[in-house]
Design a protein around this ligand. Structure first.
Ligand SMILES: *[C@@H]1O[C@H](CO)[C@@H](O)[C@H](O)[C@H]1NC(C)=O
Ligand SMILES: *[C@@H]1O[C@H](CO)[C@@H](O)[C@H](O)[C@H]1NC(C)=O
Ligand SMILES: *[C@@H]1O[C@H](CO)[C@@H](O)[C@H](O)[C@H]1NC(C)=O
Ligand SMILES: *[C@@H]1O[C@H](CO)[C@@H](O)[C@H](O)[C@H]1NC(C)=O
Ligand SMILES: *[C@@H]1O[C@H](CO)[C@@H](O)[C@H](O)[C@H]1NC(C)=O
Length: 490
C-alpha cells in the first residue's frame, strides 16, 4: 500500500519535485556521514590530532642519517606548576611537540606509559626515580651524535681586529658567564669540528656576546650593529647562510645582553638556533623548541664535595640581592623565618657551607630567569627549588627535572614551607640522590668528559639539526671555491 501510494504520487509533476527534494536529503545525509567517518579516521591515524604513542621509535629515527628528522626533539612540559599543586600529575611530555600548539606550547598530554614509569609516592605526586625521560633512547642517540655530528666554524685569523671576540679564549674561563666561553673553547678542540662545510650538520657563529660587551669599540649599544655586520659579512662571503636563511646556524651566549643583540639581524633570531642562558619562553627573544637553554654555571675545579644527608639540617637557603618583584615577594614572606633562610645582604657565613648544609636551595628569578644558583646547588648536592616562571630549564628535553628538583610557581611563594614539608623523607632521599646523579651534566671541563655540560649542549644541538641539507645548486660539492662558483648558478 505504502509503496504504491508513493509510486502514484510520483505521477503528478508538482508532487514529483517535492518528493525528489525529500529523496535528495538521503544522499546528502549519506555524504555527510561519510565525511564524518573520514574525519574520524584521520583523527585516529594522523599526528595532526594525536600524539604518537611510540615516541621512542619515532625518536630513534632521529639517529639515522638517511632519514634525518625535521627538527625533532623531546620537550618537557613547561615548569610552571609546583609538584604538589596538581592533583593530576603533569606528564613531562616526551615526543614531538604538537604541530599546532595554540596554547603557547603548553602540553597537557597524559601519556599512561609515562605516568606509570618510575614513579614513587602516592597521592599523585610526580617524583620519579629515573632522571632521564628515556635513558636507553638517549644513550643510543648520544652515541650516534658523538660519532657523526659535524660542526663548521667560520674561520677567523689571529690578527682579526675582533679576534678576541671571535676566537676561543686562551685562558680557563671563569665567572658568571663562563658557559659561553667554555663551550667555544671546548668545541674548537673537539672531534665535532670539520673543515669541510659540505659535511657540516650545523654552522657555528663564533662571536661572544660577553666579550663584545666589554669591547670599548662596540659596547652594549653597538652589539646589534656588530651582529648585523657579521651576518652580512658571512652571507656575502660564504654561500651557507643564504641557502636556509641561517636555519642551520647557531650561536651560544650566556650574557643576557644577547637577548636583544639580534634585533637588527632578525634572521638570526627567527631562524638560527640560539643557545642561551636566559631562556625564558615568556620573552620574545627566545623561541622555545627552536632554541636551546644553556646552563649558567660558575665553574669549579675538582670533585664536588659530599656530606652525609644528616648534616643537611637547614630546610631551605637563599642568598642574593633583591633585584626583582619575585625576590621581594620571597623576602616579604620568609625573611624572619628560622626554617627558610633568606639572605638579602652580604652573607656572614660561607656560601658553600650553606649549600652543603641545607636540604633545599632556592633559585629565585632576578633580572633574568637564570642564575648560576641551580648549578651551585647541584654541585653542593642541595636539591634546587626553582622559582622562576617560564624558565625553559636546561636539558629539559633530556632530563626529567621533577626527579631532582622542585619547580614552584611564583604565586606559591607563601606556600613554600608547606610545599617543602610536604616532601616525605623517602621522597627527599630520591631527589637528593638524583641531584648527585645529574650534577655531572652541569660541569664544564677543558677536556670534555662524556655527558658533561659540553656534550649535553652538543646533544641539544644534535636534536635541533636540520632535517634537510639544502644543496648549493648541485650535489656533492667539496671545496669552498667550487661552492662559491656553484652558488652563482641560481
Ligand atoms: C665520544 O667520542 C669521544 C672522542 O672520539 C670518545 O673519546 C668517547 O668515548 C665517545 N663517547 C661515547 C659515549 O661514545
Ligand atoms: C666585515 O668585513 C669587513 C671587511 O672584510 C671587516 O672590516 C669587518 O670587520 C667585518 N665585520 C664584522 C662584524 O665581521
Ligand atoms: C646572500 O643574500 C644577500 C642578500 O640577498 C646578498 O647580498 C648576498 O650576495 C648573497 N650571498 C651570496 C653568497 O650569494
Ligand atoms: C652578620 O654579622 C654582623 C656582625 O657580626 C651582624 O650584625 C649581622 O646581623 C650578621 N648578618 C647576618 C645576616 O647574619
Ligand atoms: C671558480 O671560478 C673561478 C673564476 O671565476 C675559476 O678560476 C676557478 O677555477 C673556479 N673554481 C672551481 C673549483 O671551479
Amino acid at each position: 500500500m505504502y509503496r504504491s501510494s508513493i509510486f502514484l504520487s510520483l505521477t503528478s509533476p508538482t508532487r514529483l519535485r517535492e518528493s525528489f527534494q525529500r529523496f535528495s536529503i538521503i544522499p546528502t545525509t549519506l555524504a555527510l556521514i561519510t565525511s564524518l567517518f573520514i574525519l574520524f579516521y584521520i583523527s585516529l591515524t594522523s599526528s595532526l590530532f594525536h600524539q604518537p604513542h611510540h615516541t621512542p621509535l619515532l625518536l630513534l629515527h632521529a639517529s639515522s642519517k638517511s632519514h634525518p628528522p625535521a627538527r625533532q626533539f623531546i620537550r618537557s612540559s613547561p615548569q610552571t606548576t609546583s609538584m604538589l599543586d596538581s592533583q593530576r600529575p603533569q606528564s613531562p611530555a616526551l615526543g614531538k611537540p604538537p604541530p599546532f600548539s595554540g596554547n603557547g606550547g603548553v602540553q597537557t598530554r597524559n601519556d599512561p606509559y609515562l605516568l606509570t614509569q618510575n614513579r614513587i609516592g602516592s597521592n599523585g605526586k610526580t617524583i620519579r626515580k629515573e632522571v632521564f625521560h628515556d635513558k636507553d633512547l638517549f644513550l643510543v642517540d648520544y652515541k650516534e651524535m658523538n660519532r657523526s655530528f659535524k660542526i663548521y666554524v667560520y674561520p677567523h685569523k689571529k690578527d682579526d681586529p675582533f679576534a678576541h671576540v671571535l676566537l676561543p679564549v686562551d685562558f680557563e674561563p671563569g665567572g658568571n658567564y663562563a658557559s659561553e666561553s667554555y663551550f667555544k673553547k671546548v668545541l674548537m678542540g673537539s672531534h665535532f669540528i670539520t673543515k669541510d662545510p659540505s659535511e657540516a650538520d650545523l654552522f657555528f657563529l663564533p662571536f661572544s656576546i660577553a666579550r663584545l660587551r666589554h669591547d670599548p669599540r662596540v659596547n652594549v649599544g653597538g652589539i646589534q650593529d656588530f651582529i648585523k655586520m657579521y651576518i652580512s659579512n658571512i652571507s656575502q662571503n660564504y654561500p651557507y647562510w643564504n641557502r636556509s636563511g641561517g636555519a642551520d646556524h647557531f650561536y651560544v651566549a650566556c650574557h643576557s645582553t644577547g637577548r636583544s643583540a639580534m634585533e637588527k639581524a632578525l634572521e638570526v633570531k627567527l631562524n638560527a638556533i640560539q643557545v642561551v642562558c636566559s631562556s625564558s619562553y615568556f620573552l620574545s627573544g627566545y623561541i622555545a623548541h627552536k632554541d636551546a637553554s644553556l646552563p649558567q654555571i660558575w665553574p669549579r675545579q675538582g670533585n664536588p664535595p659530599n656530606v652525609d644527608l644528616a648534616e643537611r639540617k637547614k630546610l631551605a637557603f637563599f642568598a642574593g640581592s633583591v633585584n626583582s618583584p619575585v625576590r621581594e615577594k620571597l623576602l616579604q614572606a620568609w625573611k624572619n623565618d628560622f626554617e627558610i633562610a633568606v639572605h638579602s645582604g652580604r652573607l656572614n657565613t660561607s656560601y658553600s657551607e650553606e649549600l652543603l648544609h641545607s636540604k633545599f636551595c632556592l633559585h629565585v628569578k632576578g633580572f633574568e630567569v637564570n642564575t648560576a644558583r641551580i648549578g651551585d646547588s647541584l654541585y653542593y648536592g642541595c636539591v634546587p627549588v626553582v622559582i622562576a616562571n617560564h624558565y625553559d630549564l636546561p636539558f629539559a628535553d633530556i632530563l626529567n627535572w621533577k626527579s631532582f628538583s622542585l619547580v614552584v610557581a611564583t604565586l606559591d611563594i607563601p606556600l613554600l614551607k608547606k610545599i617543602l614539608h610536604g616532601i616525605r623523607s623517602d621522597e627527599y632521599t630520591i631527589l637528593q640522590k638524583n641531584v648527585l646523579k645529574v650534577r655531572k651534566h652541569f660541569q664544564w671541563h677543558l677536556f670534555p668528559v662524556d655527558y658533561d655540560a659540553f656534550y649535553m649542549v652538543m646533544y641539544e644541538l644534535w636534536l635541533r639539526r636540520s632535517a634537510v641539507r639544502i644543496p648549493l645548486c648541485g650535489s656533492s660539492l667539496h671545496s669552498v671555491q667550487q661552492e662559491r662558483n656553484m652558488s652563482k648558478c641560481t
